[in-house]
Design a protein around this ligand. Structure first.
Ligand code: FNR
Length: 405
């Protein structure tokens, strides 16, 4: 595939604080976006984005795993020429991280899917368009410039083929198949907060709307005024059910019937790059490579599926070692520049971040997404200097020290 360079804003300008819009100046880290999003969003929507499953054991482990890794910097190595440029599938990106696919983004942020894609692109990286998004994938490709599509594959081959044809025609060149959702996780917080899909208007939701008028007017009503009632757009080759519905009609896609045969079938008919997301076992990583996948995303879905699952960081080194020729990517719990570098150190070629970017989009739109990406970029740049390296990949030369606890 021809190498295409995405504009590299890092080389153009390191973060210039005075260029940051005033309302964003107090946002100094990715975690700073969570508080404003919590206040801005109704509990049902905030809980859907922030939540994990059951006792949130995995959700907290995703952060704890990073804290148990100590860094061992080298000094006096002339680190004045630092460069974050990262290669992925023959493309050059300005940053070693992108934005993970997130469903319902347009419910949290006005035009959320396009805003995430545009914000990512403006900083020289990309966002993956979600199968569970409320924006037709064609518009995310055309208006947001998105080229990675994440799918929840329907159970039968004719439907898979029709969906992939639609995705290809829209211009996507990389297909991510999410494999860790054979059934929905047990998200008790959604049930407690009145969030189910399709949404049913209950007194609980109505009250949440009344107490969050800025979200109702600036996101929900604006979305409906601009594009009509949101629907599940990208589960299949045709539009799915509406977001709000009196009866809970779900589109039946028999995800629990999926097996590696389906991946091999997809490999045969999908002309672009193929990635499986949600790999945590080295045997599955090998099966993905044997099925002809170009990459895997080592991920536990941000702690949103099976509670008690290991942090992907714990299994990353053995998966990297088992797949020397395959692109190994990572997500779940990345919040700091040091987290990105630790994941790369342990074998990741590229890293994705989820929730903080959706919080940034919810409260501040595309400028928020750009600011969040710039914050993480600046942290990585600073951390590289402090570690004694000049590229993210050089983190591989470091051997981190496991810390007790
Ligand atoms: C997700 N995730 C997700 N993954 C996927 O493959 N398809 C999807 O539609 C969604 N939807 C989704 C919605 C929301 C609100 C969140 C927070 C997450 C999981 C996502 O891609 C990623 O694996 C995690 O978000 C990464 O963890 P962090 O960075 O959020 O901790």
């Amino acid at each position: 595939m021809a190498k295409t360079a995405v504009p590299n804003p890092v080389s153009m300008m390191r973060h210039n604080a005075s260029a940051v819009p005033r309302r964003l100046r107090g946002m100094l880290s990715l975690d700073d976006f969570e508080g404003p999003a919590r206040r801005h969003l109704p509990l049902s929507v905030f809980g859907y984005v922030s939540g994990g499953v059951e006792d949130d054991v995995t959700l907290s482990e995703n952060r704890a795993a990073f804290r148990r890794i100590g860094l061992r910097p080298r000094v006096l190595r002339d680190v004045s020429r630092r460069d974050l440029t990262t290669q992925l599938f023959g493309q050059e990106y300005a940053l070693p991280f992108g934005i993970a696919p997130m469903g319902f983004s347009a419910l949290a942020a006005f035009d959320g899917d396009v805003v995430l894609a545009k914000g990512a692109r403006a900083t020289g990286t990309f966002a993956i368009c979600s199968a569970a998004s409320l924006t037709p994938l064609e518009r995310v490709a055309a208006d947001g410039g998105s080229r990675w599509f994440q799918s929840y594959i329907p159970g039968d081959r004719d439907r898979i083929a029709a969906l992939l044809e639609r995705v290809r025609r829209a211009g996507f060149d990389t297909l991510v198949v999410t494999a860790d959702v054979p059934v929905a996780g047990n998200r008790e917080n959604n049930a407690r907060n009145g969030f189910d899909a399709p949404l049913k208007m209950t007194p609980q939701l109505a009250w949440q709307g009344l107490t969050h008028p800025r979200w109702v007017l600036g996101t929900l009503a604006r979305e409906i005024a601009a594009r009509g009632m949101p629907h599940f757009e990208n589960m299949e080759s045709v539009q799915g059910p509406p977001l709000f519905s009196r009866d809970l009609v779900r589109s039946k896609i028999a995800r629990d019937e999926l097996g590696w045969d389906h991946i091999r079938f997809i490999r045969d008919i999908w002309p672009g790059k193929l990635v499986v997301k949600g790999i945590l076992d080295v045997a599955d990583a090998r099966l993905a490579a044997d099925a002809g996948c170009d990459g895997v995303i080592v991920s536990n879905h941000g702690g949103r599926q099976l509670d008690g699952v290991v942090s992907p960081l714990a299994v990353l080194p053995e998966i990297r070692a088992a797949l020397p020729e395959t692109v190994v990517m990572f997500d779940s719990g990345v919040r700091r520049g040091t987290d990105v570098l630790k994941a790369i150190m342990l074998g990741a070629d590229f890293v994705f971040v989820g929730r903080p970017f959706l919080y940034a989009a919810a409260v501040h739109g595309a400028p928020g997404v750009v600011h969040a990406a710039n914050l993480l970029r600046d942290e990585i740049d600073r951390d590289m200097a402090l570690l004694g390296i000049t590229t993210p990949l050089a983190a591989r030369d470091h051997s981190p020290v496991p810390l007790p606890g």
